[in-house]
Write a new protein. Structure first.
Length: 235
């Protein structure tokens, strides 16, 4: 990874604690309870591993266990995560995601990212962009990669169907993934375990932890939705 902004996420279902940390914000989920911290993590890379520290909140090491995958301007890598968060020991899977170039929000209404972690060698990563003034998700551009036994495979076509609540927060989702040379899609579904919303740099961010099922196997991961925060109309 280079010098682009990083987002770190970890998912520990055995201890029912999850978290995401990026510049300017850290969110921990203990069960369904979300606790937001204004500070982002201090990060240091040593011998290919990343250490993340938010004083009094978390001290974690992210050790990559699979090759990085590129989805548009995002590079993501599945990691084994260990350390402590909210005073508790952590040992689970997570991701490091780098934004190599910032989204052009003058051209976008929404951006969605999905991670589905089955085990160290099997995962799904997707990024979806909705152009300005698009009529709906059918006009979104989706780029996705499927990690199969540690090897990244580009997804030829990805369909994401999402159920939202009245506030625009994602509650459940379905996945259909067509791979090159295969006639039938890989299928997945997910439901929210915990979620939170915040305003960040002119955007409304709905971040959620999802329990996923992909090709009949259980997984864990995130489903984040970022939408343009329009200024109020002049009186």
């Amino acid at each position: 990874m280079s010098d682009g902004p990083l987002a770190l996420s970890f998912f520990d279902p055995a201890r029912d604690i999850y978290g995401t940390a990026r510049s300017g914000a850290t969110i921990l989920f203990e069960g369904r309870r979300a606790v937001a911290h204004a500070a982002g993590p201090a990060m240091e890379e040593t011998a290919g591993r990343w250490r993340a520290d938010v004083t009094g909140v978390l001290e974690l090491e992210f050790a990559p266990v699979a090759e990085p995958v590129d989805v548009a301007e995002l590079t993501a890598q599945v990691c084994r995560v260990s350390g402590r968060a909210a005073g508790r020991a952590i040992d689970c899977l997570g991701t490091i995601a780098e934004t190599r170039s910032p989204p052009r929000w003058e051209e976008l209404d929404a951006l969605r990212t999905i991670s589905t972690l089955v085990d160290e060698g099997n995962a799904f990563i997707a990024l979806s962009r909705r152009p300005r003034h698009a009529a709906g998700h059918g006009q979104e551009s989706v780029v996705a990669q499927l990690l199969r036994e540690g090897r990244a495979v580009g997804v030829k076509e990805t369909r994401i169907s999402t159920v939202y609540d009245s506030a625009g927060r994602q509650r459940s989702a379905g996945l259909e993934l067509w791979l090159p040379g295969e006639e039938l899609p890989h299928r997945g579904s997910g439901t929210v375990l915990a979620g939170s919303s915040l305003d960040l740099e002119g955007l409304r961010v709905h971040t959620a932890v999802f329990r996923w099922r992909l090709d009949g196997r259980e997984g864990i991961g995130a489903y984040d939705v970022m939408v343009r925060a329009e200024p109020p109309a002049a009186a």
